[in-house]
Write a protein that binds this ligand. Structure first.
Ligand code: SAM
Length: 397
């Protein structure tokens, strides 16, 4: 993590610019929950068309400046440039720095790796879509993609080394019909239009016998899978875990629509790394396939995340809830408050909100009576939409 430690000095004045980096304002922690906490500052930066925050923390007689965790930005060279520009503008005495931009590693080509926002804003295809959840070594995904060039594959994984390996193989094997996303598969389907998907493969998911709430399969997941599947489309589970198999068949047999088929020790054209391991150990392999029989309504991803009322920041923070607001499918937790001394009645609210499994962290910037999400609005997931509506209710009181 790039950071610079320097002898304590006054903050730079804002708004100002240095070496192409704009310093827009500096917000100061309000000591909202912990009263004896050391002061922390957030420096709002605009650089190469991106907005992000730097954090300044007190460290005995020194200060340390680094990237703010919530507004993280890539590539890391942008952060290093901004940190260097800050200490240069401050003309301070540097004690430690790891922000030298010489000898930067060149980022590997990642044209098939897509951010989740791509699926919200841009993704469109006339091809049939097939999705593989937790592709691991990628053996099955790459085999399917090679043998079905007219299908658009989407591979979901949360394990970075597996993603890197699959991206490398896509280049080596010149496969161009796969998009890879580093995103929790339980929430991904919310961004796919209804009735577009031919197959969803879930092969050897982590069984989570001790923490079943972490499993991929749940009622919500199955309903979302049925919505995105076209008529005749299938959700295919393959597992070595008898417990997972029983759990899924129970969920699937209680559905009002769809048809399920069950197999034991069925051979597929390609055997995955995990499958090889379980077969060597003589374990049974179970397949449960759910076929969709219904056409579903489309979803609306154009939700308006604005705050259509004016507020007074000082009044607002007096009554802001310090405890989490927890409802059935979402929550909101106000983490921290920051005031902006250079602007009248302005500040930032740091919060965590949305889905319990994949919460998002955001800042709200309050200035001139208006509230906006700093660094863009949340993704339009159902939990974020519900959390935003609740937030509007709380902040407009
Ligand atoms: C047991 S491995 C199986 C890998 C591969 N399907 C195979 O058969 O060899 C499970 C994979 O699912 C991934 N995974 C676990 N939870 C996930 C989630 N919520 N979303 C996407 N991938 C997930 C893990 O990172 C891991 O690579």
């Amino acid at each position: 993590m790039p950071h610079i430690v320097f002898n304590k000095t006054d903050l730079i004045s804002t708004p100002s610019s240095n070496n192409g980096v704009d310093f827009k304002f500096i917000a100061k922690s309000y000591n909202f929950t912990e009263h004896d906490r050391k002061t922390e500052y957030k420096v709002a930066v605009g650089y190469k068309q991106k907005d992000f925050l730097l954090t300044i923390k007190e460290k005995e007689e020194n200060q340390m400046i680094k990237i703010d965790k919530v507004t993280r930005i890539s590539p890391v060279t942008l952060v290093k440039d901004a940190l260097n520009a800050y200490v240069d503008a401050n003309n301070c005495n540097i004690v430690f720095s790891n922000t030298n931009n010489i000898n930067q590693k060149v980022e590997p080509k990642k044209e098939y790796l897509k951010d989740i926002n791509y699926f919200v804003d841009e993704f469109k295809t006339d091809k049939e879509i097939q999705i593989e959840i937790g592709f691991g070594s990628g053996r099955h995904l790459l085999h399917q993609a090679k043998n079905n060039p007219d299908v658009q594959f989407i591979g979901l994984e949360i394990h970075t080394p597996s993603i890197e390996q699959a991206l490398k193989q896509l280049e080596i094997q010149e496969i161009s019909n796969v998009l890879i996303v580093n995103y929790d598969a339980r929430l991904f389907m919310e961004f796919i239009e209804s009735n577009q998907v031919g197959k969803i493969f879930v092969h050897f998911p982590v069984p989570w016998d001790k923490k079943p709430h972490r499993r991929i399969y749940s009622n919500e997941f199955i309903n979302e899978a049925l919505r995105v599947l076209k008529i005749g489309g299938t959700l295919e589970l393959r597992t070595d875990s008898r417990k997972y198999f029983d759990y899924c068949t129970e969920l699937l047999t209680n559905l009002p629509t769809g048809k399920i088929t069950i197999d034991i020790n069925k051979d597929l054209e390609i055997s995955s790394k995990y499958e090889d391991r379980w077969k060597k150990q003589g374990k049974n392999i179970y397949d449960v396939v759910l076929t969709s029989h219904t056409e579903d309504k489309n979803i609306d991803l154009d939700f308006d995340f604005t705050f259509d009322f004016n507020v007074d920041f000082i009044d607002l923070i007096k009554d802001i809830p310090t405890k989490s607001i927890v409802e059935k499918s979402f929550f909101i937790h106000i983490e921290d408050l920051f005031t902006i001394d250079q602007k009248e009645n302005a500040g930032m609210i740091q919060l965590t909100m949305g889905n319990f499994d994949r919460p998002i962290s955001k800042y709200l910037l309050v200035e001139d009576g208006k509230i906006v999400y700093y660094q863009g609005t949340p993704l339009p997931t159902s939990s974020n939409i519900l959390a935003h509506k609740k937030l509007k209710e709380i902040l407009s009181k």
